[in-house]
Design a protein around this ligand. Structure first.
Ligand code: HEM
Length: 244
């Protein structure tokens, strides 16, 4: 609950080695050489629903939460065209122009412009950041994720659920704006998801399912990139990396 799990796991690995049994049916592995064995798409190792199922942004299924290989493969196929090199090249000029926020622009043509641009982008990032704890709470105390319960809780838990609810609303507005203005343009990540048929569902995604995936894009493309860039800057700022 205090977010210290990683430190405790690190301590256990330092004491017992790269493979530590941490529960009746749970093993922690710290050796990066096992990455492919576990995470490769064809490894046969399936995600655990207890961990993945709470990762729902809008109560729907999304590519991160899907465990069924057929469901995941269909969503992957449906969403893949904007990730081709050719398609990314079309996004490149738009990305180069951005000084604030890239993933919402590449994902669904959301531009932060005008005098409040910085505050608006900052507000969105604060909501995403503030929502993160709600996922942890939903996994640990499932009753909190029952409609509206979390937001009414006091203290940081309630604050996290309220940030999550606000982020859902902002996301719904962004998706609506995209559907009205830019959904025909193939370069945006949300284009195939909004236009084509999901071969597992045998239909197009419903509006809620589209908002669900839009939120995973925001989540996937913000903290990951900023954290990686932060570590890179930290590393190259060290005296022994002066040559870089
Ligand atoms: C340095 C930056 C990034 C890092 C470290 C990173 C890391 C990861 C990791 C670890 C996963 C696997 C998650 C899982 O299966 O549970 C993943 C999946 C994914 N990431 Fe990223 N990511 C980054 C940037 C991005 C960006 C910018 C986007 C969007 C344009 C993105 C979109 C996705 C998507 C859609 C998946 C799901 C793929 C699938 O399940 O088939 N990521 N990423």
């Amino acid at each position: 609950m205090r977010g210290r799990r990683v430190y405790e796991l690190d301590r256990l690995h330092a004491k017992y080695g790269p493979i530590v049994r941490i529960g009746p049916d749970e093993v922690s592995i710290s050796d990066w050489r096992h990455l492919r064995t576990i995470y490769h798409a064809k490894s046969g190792v399936i995600k655990d629903a207890r961990f993945c199922d709470p990762i729902r942004m809008f109560g729907q299924h999304n590519i991160f939460q899907m465990i069924d290989p057929a469901e995941h493969a269909a969503r992957r196929k449906l969403s893949s065209s904007p990730y081709s090199l050719q398609s990314i090249a079309q996004l490149d000029p738009i990305i180069q122009k951005q000084s604030l926020e890239v993933i919402c622009q590449a994902g669904f043509a959301k531009e932060f412009t005008g005098p409040t641009a910085t505050d608006d982008a900052r507000h969105l990032l604060d909501l995403i950041d503030g929502s993160a704890a709600a996922f942890m709470y939903s996994a640990s105390i499932p009753f909190a994720s029952i409609r509206g319960v979390g937001s009414r809780l006091p203290g940081p838990i309630g604050a996290s659920y309220r940030a999550f609810a606000d982020w859902q609303q902002v996301s719904r507005d962004m998706v609506d704006h995209f559907l009205q203005h830019s959904s025909e343009e193939t370069k945006y990540l949300l284009n195939p998801l909004s236009q084509s048929t999901d071969r597992f569902l045998n239909r197009k995604l419903a509006h809620n399912e589209l908002v669900e995936e839009a939120m995973t894009y925001m989540f996937a493309g913000s903290g990951t990139t900023s954290t990686t860039l932060t570590y890179i800057l930290y590393e190259i700022a060290k005296p022994n990396h002066r040559h870089i």
